[in-house]
Design a protein around this ligand. Structure first.
Ligand code: CMP
Length: 138
């Protein structure tokens, strides 16, 4: 069993896609073991994406992530990190495979509907930023 961290981004919540994306998550045999809807502050977004802070798209990324509510989640399953990245598809929706979240729903590379951790180590750090242990029920 492995855990990964997910964010359903403002472009997804705005278009009422939480349930549709959750259905794709559950169909892939990932279990949503924690979930809450929050409005990320600028500071939270800057901390979360600190690894990208020197990239030219950083200001747009922070603006996009704070533009409306997000749904933060912890997903659990076998090989959860890789499996969820497969569910999401490529970061750039133009390169995403058929039947992935980003192919179906993303509007652009920054409004790409959802985030998934890139490794189990990153997942542990990202989960800690938004959830305390007793909020995660597997
Ligand atoms: P995410 O998985 O949330 O991780 C970093 C985000 O930066 C990524 O998804 C994209 O939404 C966003 N982003 C915006 N522009 C770019 C870009 N040119 N290359 C990579 N990521 C980008």
């Amino acid at each position: 069993m492995e855990r990964t961290f997910s964010i359903l981004k403002p472009d997804a919540t705005r278009r009422n896609l939480t349930g549709a994306i959750n259905a794709m998550i559950e169909a892939a045999e990932l279990r949503i073991v924690a979930q809450k809807r929050v409005l990320m502050t600028r500071a939270q977004a800057e901390t979360f994406y600190a690894v990208h802070k020197e990239r030219p798209f950083f200001p747009e990324l922070v603006a996009t992530m704070t533009a409306g509510p997000v749904v933060v989640q912890v997903l659990e399953g076998n090989d959860a990190v890789r499996k969820y990245r497969d569910v999401l598809g490529a970061t750039d929706p133009a390169k995403a495979a058929a039947n992935t979240v980003r192919k179906k729903y993303a509007l652009s590379i920054s409004e790409n509907s959802a985030h998934g951790s890139d490794s189990p180590e990153t997942a542990a750090i990202e989960i800690q930023q938004f959830f305390s242990g007793n909020e995660i029920v597997g």
